[in-house]
Design a binder for this molecule. Structure first.
Ligand code: ZN
Length: 432
């Protein structure tokens, strides 16, 4: 029986009442939080972990990304989405996305994510089984779905083959303690009605979430409206694709009726502020979405359009942008931004019983933040310090299911030097 006892911790629980426990303890047994309280706990069998000077809080949940795209970081920048995707990214993926290269790029992404405090990520890409293997080895939690799309991809040629791959992923990983398989339909502009409905059917039969991109650009809204007579979210609702098991990336261009549809169907949104800014897609009105009762979480998107997987940066953008959009500094405050980056992500992914906050019975998916540092002191308000002042280097250690991913900035399961050499080698073959 493995036990760990964290003591002297300033605990940011992110529970429903946003409780903060100064000078607290967390007892972890078999990967789960057995007790969490102020003061001292004793357990002679537990490994003792002194958290003096540290905030301990739930790790970040990145709810939309394509992690092997690290191989294309900086490959094609400063372009509008349609040109970027069709003239640069899709052709490069057709040439270079192989299981071997996905493995290398995944390792690079995992290093960056762990070093910036992510404990769980939601991925849609190709060769997701390879990504699952690497995530499992690294000890990080992953929700993974093979990206279904109507044209040939690096991992399958027909939608039937793609569905078979999705089923195989589900069969292999369902019930795993770290890997949560899902189904993914890329977008309403790359999947026909039949593909979208087949994907949803598989997700429902398998009791998994469905991931999809929705209303990312104005062009998408115009094109889908021209094709179907309805804007994207309304169209997807009309064919049965919106419900509480669906997580929609972006949602930049939802009209008020569609916002209401998202709220009434409990469809959630993965907000990707930096990617939306970089591709000039727009600024999602997350403040109105939250006001409407939608679960809004935060994703980095892939590193070809961001270009980082750093949730500390993404969260800061998510807190700052609504203030300008609404001309109101109170729109999305620091508390809300941190909820979006933690517990809202868990809710969106159907994992709120497992992760997203530090509470008795949940998995010990947590990070240690060195708050006694020049860029964070003085701390008058913990949420302000974390959202507006912290950077990824303040994150010293992390664990998932009570097992270390990183300890004192040292990665526990990934070979950084080997990975950096491998990605440089790969980039030299991709360079055009
Ligand atoms: Zn995306």
């Amino acid at each position: 029986m493995s036990k760990k006892l964290i003591y002297n911790a300033h605990i940011i629980t992110m529970n429903a009442s946003l409780e903060i426990i100064p000078n607290g303890c967390i007892l972890i047994e078999n990967g789960k939080i057995k007790n969490i309280c102020s003061g001292q706990l004793k357990d002679p069998d537990a490994e003792l972990i002194d958290a003096q000077g540290m905030f301990v809080m739930p790790g970040f949940i990145n709810t939309h990304t394509h992690i092997p795209m690290t191989m294309l970081r900086g490959y094609a920048d400063d372009l509008p989405l349609h040109t970027w995707l069709t003239e640069h990214i899709f052709p490069a993926e057709a040439r270079f996305v192989t299981p071997e290269n996905v493995r290398i790029a995944t390792r690079l992404a995992l290093i960056e994510m762990i070093k910036s405090g992510t404990v769980c990520f939601n991925d849609m890409y190709f060769f997701e089984d390879v990504i699952a293997e690497e995530a499992k080895k690294a000890g990080i939690r992953g929700v993974l779905g093979e990206s279904l799309i109507d044209f040939p991809t690096p991992s399958f040629h027909t939608v039937e083959e793609g569905l078979a791959l999705s089923k195989a992923l589900i069969c292999k990983w369902q019930g795993d303690s770290l890997i949560h398989p899902s189904v993914c339909a890329h977008a309403p502009y790359t999947c026909c009605r039949k593909t979208l409905q087949q994907a949803k059917q598989l997700a429902d039969q398998s009791n998994t979430i469905l991931q999809i991109h929705i209303a990312e650009t104005r062009k998408e809204v115009d094109d889908i409206t021209a094709q179907t007579g309805m804007p994207p979210a309304e169209y997807l609702h009309s064919i049965g694709l919106l419900d509480r098991n669906v997580i929609a990336a972006h949602g930049v261009w939802l009209n008020p009726q569609e916002t209401e549809l998202f709220a009434s169907t409990q469809t959630s949104i993965a907000h990707c502020p930096k990617s939306n800014l970089k591709l000039a897609s727009g600024i999602a009105d997350t403040y109105s979405y939250l006001q409407a009762g939608i679960t809004v979480s935060i994703g980095t998107d892939g590193t070809a359009s961001n270009n980082t997987l750093d949730m500390t940066e993404e969260m800061r953008f998510a807190a700052l942008l609504p203030k300008v959009k609404h001309d109101d500094p109170e729109a999305v405050n620091a508390r809300t931004a941190l909820q979006m980056a933690t517990i809202n992500g868990a809710k969106a992914l159907g994992l709120e019983q497992i992760t997203g906050s530090l509470e008795k019975g949940k998995s010990a998916d947590l990070i240690f933040i060195h708050a006694d540092s020049s860029n964070m002191l003085p701390v008058y308000d913990e949420y302000s310090a974390i959202v507006y002042a912290m950077n990824s280097k303040n994150i010293r250690s992390s664990m998932v299911n009570g097992e270390w991913l990183m300890r004192n900035r040292e990665l526990c399961h990934l070979d950084k030097n080997e990975t950096l050499e491998a990605i440089k080698q790969l980039a030299s073959t991709i360079k055009h």
